[in-house]
Design a protein around this ligand. Structure first.
Ligand code: GAL
Length: 665
């Protein structure tokens, strides 16, 4: 396992570095990430490179057993580059340039910027090629943002030309007949700049796809250089978890060797374990491989304002939780709180003064256990019996037409995830292209855009025995964001065995009570946000609306197809419905938790070749007991356990069992 911090030696006097490295070693660190914002330090003037300081930092850390991941510094362009290329500045939707003064202020399609970026990446790669202490690269930092500049417009037009071939095809696919938007030359096609109303949905969706592709392409340019010059050194990018809305993370991570992401549970509001788990599962699902947390919250967050400090025990708890969900690397942000700059209140493990304190001691205590674990967990995979299908196309389309404030794709997704997560049976977050056959239950919320291939896959999955859960706003659009010409749920109508006769957008937080079928009386809760008024074809009703003008009409249905079943919820089930429904479905579909645990305990299983690791996590504020049967070797306390054990508040236990021993099953 890798364990360490994001380190900015350039922010501190060189005489201090040795103390830092010594304290890092004492905390069990074996890795740092460095340099991702140090472009001007490395290239103060064009083609004048200075890596000497970074060489010294890498070498010093290596003497303490600490390897380095280097970031390419392109997220924060030097003033001298942006002054020389004003047209490389990111342009906002209102066509105003962003002001120099923060970061992520460049256009990803600007040729001059890309040339500068290629130069610094190549120079770094050439300088560090073959250096055994540089064990990985991070490209840029938290890609994101959309640019609306003339360069992007021209690139968008070329991108469309490739996609559609002819203007005739594009006009037909977008329905530009509407309001006389028929394009007679590619150059006429605008970006979705702020205008007097909603843009053509085809244009809006494709612009989002194009922008995502722009970052994928820009990232690939950097990857190609690094692979060419430093073959075999793995490359990552630090992503922003499930909630980041603007990039198709499946596409972005395809070219990467491993996924990493930045986890800040206590930025605002109350930290939510299900949301953290969803983010980890999403990041793991991108490549279906172990991942790293490249920035794990190490102190109170804040820039202009300061958030609540992580409570005692939370920092290591969040880190273990990441490990349970498949992380093989934990890198805290940041080692020491900066004394200057926009983030001087975004705290690290050490405070500004640099003396060890509570947070350092907590990180160090975990470091000892991590050291003892060594490579035990390496290459072990989280075993998930259920999956959720994440469609960035559908998500992007809703950004243009959100329907209603309570019908938010990520929130609906997260609430259904919570219901699955509570089963303690593992959830994989997968793309529409994924093979679903291994999952007992698949939930695909608000699958707005569906093509034939996806419809066929879902049909096969169900007929071969899968349990599929769909919600309202499924099968509404074709791939160009044009409404289908069938009754809804469109291409999935036959599979669902229902027809949506009409629908009702429940604004202002209005809910409609549901009346459950006889054998489902224990299911509680109601319909929120949206109400599909359903007619049954082959399906049976599980719940009826008990209010509004459609009282008595089916709201939630089940269709048995082949060996499987599909549940269609023509609404957004509230949390109570989602949880009781999912619990019942789990029983029917044979979904089992590796351990019978009280609510409040999270159980995750990681499977390696010769052993399995059962993580039991207590994120609450009281101790909870659990019966672990014949148990096994517990790795956090380093003792053999069996029978009833007590997990303290914010406690984690990892039970190792040689494979073949099914005592806990
Ligand atoms: C992350 C970013 C870091 C740092 C941190 C704290 O999003 O990658 O560079 O800015 O947040 O604000």
């Amino acid at each position: 396992m890798y364990y360490g911090a994001d380190y900015y030696p350039e922010h501190w006097p060189e005489e201090r570095w040795d103390d830092d490295a010594r304290m890092m070693q004492a905390a069990g660190f074996n890795v740092v990430r460095m340099a991702e914002f140090a472009w001007t330090r490395m290239e103060p003037r064009e083609r004048e490179f200075n890596f000497a300081w970074l060489d010294r930092a890498i070498e010093l850390l290596a003497r303490y057993g600490i390897s380095s991941v280097l970031g390419t510094p392109t997220a924060a362009p030097p003033a001298w580059i942006m002054a020389a290329h004003p047209d490389a500045t990111l342009i906002r939707e209102d066509r105003q340039p962003v002001t120099y003064g923060s970061r992520r202020n460049y256009c990803p399609n600007n040729a001059a910027y890309r040339a500068h970026s290629a130069r610094i990446v190549r120079a770094m790669a050439e300088h560090y090629a073959g250096n055994p202490d540089v064990i990985g690269w991070q490209i840029d930092n938290e890609f994101g943002g959309r640019c609306y500049c003339p360069t992007c417009q021209a690139a968008f037009q070329r991108w469309l030309q490739e996609r559609y071939g002819s203007l005739g095809a594009l006009n037909a696919a977008w329905g530009t007949e509407f309001w006389s938007h028929i394009y007679t030359a590619w150059e006429q096609i605008p970006l979705p700049w702020s205008t007097t109303g909603v843009h053509n949905p085809g244009l809006a969706l494709n612009y989002r796809r194009f922008m995502s592709d722009s970052y994928v392409g820009y990232q690939r340019e950097q990857i190609d250089i690094l692979h060419e010059v430093c073959p075999g050194v793995p490359i990552t990018h630090n992503l922003m978890g499930f909630r980041y809305p603007n990039l198709d993370y499946f596409d972005l991570t395809e070219d990467l060797d491993w996924v990493s992401w930045d986890n800040y549970p206590r930025i605002r509001g109350v930290p939510d374990a299900a949301n953290r788990a969803l983010a980890h599962d999403t990041m793991r699902g991108l490549k279906n491989k172990p991942f790293w947390v490249m920035e794990e919250q190490g102190g109170p967050t804040g820039n202009a304002t300061v958030a609540l400090a992580p409570r005692p025990g939370e920092i290591p708890y969040w880190a273990w939780e990441a490990v349970a969900h498949g992380a093989d690397g934990i890198v805290y942000f940041r080692w020491r709180t900066a004394r200057f700059g926009a983030e001087e209140y975004w705290h690290g493990i050490l405070d500004h003064h640099g003396e060890p304190g509570r947070r350092y001691e907590e990180v160090k205590a975990m470091g000892r256990i991590v050291q003892r674990l060594g490579d035990k967990l390496k290459d072990s995979a989280v075993r998930a019996q259920t999956a959720m299908l994440l469609s960035y196309d559908s998500r992007f389309a809703f950004q243009n037409q959100p329907h209603n404030p309570h019908l938010d794709y990520p929130n609906v997704f997260a609430e259904l995830y919570r219901a699955l997560w509570k089963l303690n049976a593992g959830v994989d977050i997968v793309s529409p292209a994924a093979d679903l056959s291994a999952y007992k239950v698949v939930v695909a919320p608000m699958l707005y855009i569906v093509d034939e291939a996806l419809a066929n896959k879902l049909r096969d999955y169900v007929s071969q025995g899968g349990a599929l859960v769909l919600t309202c706003r499924t099968g509404v659009m074709d791939v160009d964001n044009m409404v289908v010409d069938q009754q809804l749920p469109g291409l999935l109508g036959e599979l669902c065995g229902v027809v949506v006769d009409e629908y009702d957008s429940l604004e202002d937080g209005r809910t409609v009570p549901l009346q459950w079928a006889e054998d489902l009386e224990d299911v509680a809760g109601g319909a929120t946000a949206w109400a599909d008024v359903l007619s049954l074809r082959e399906a049976e009703a599980l719940a009826y609306y008990a209010g509004e003008y459609y009282a008595g009409v089916p709201a939630v249905t089940r269709n048995r197809v082949g060996k499987g079943q599909v549940i269609y919820a023509g609404t957004v089930p509230d949390a109570a419905v989602a949880q009781s429904l999912m619990a019942r479905l789990a029983v029917e579909a044979g979904v089992t938790s590796p351990l019978e645990a009280e609510p409040g305990l999270e159980v995750v299983e990681r499977i390696a070749e010769k052993a399995r690791y059962l993580f039991i996590l207590n994120g609450g504020s009281d101790a909870i007991s659990v019966d672990v049967g014949s148990g096994g070797q517990e790795l956090v306390q380093d003792e053999t356990v069996s029978g009833v054990i007590h997990i303290p508040a914010l406690g984690v236990r990892i039970i190792e069992q040689p494979l073949g021993n099914s005592a806990i099953d």
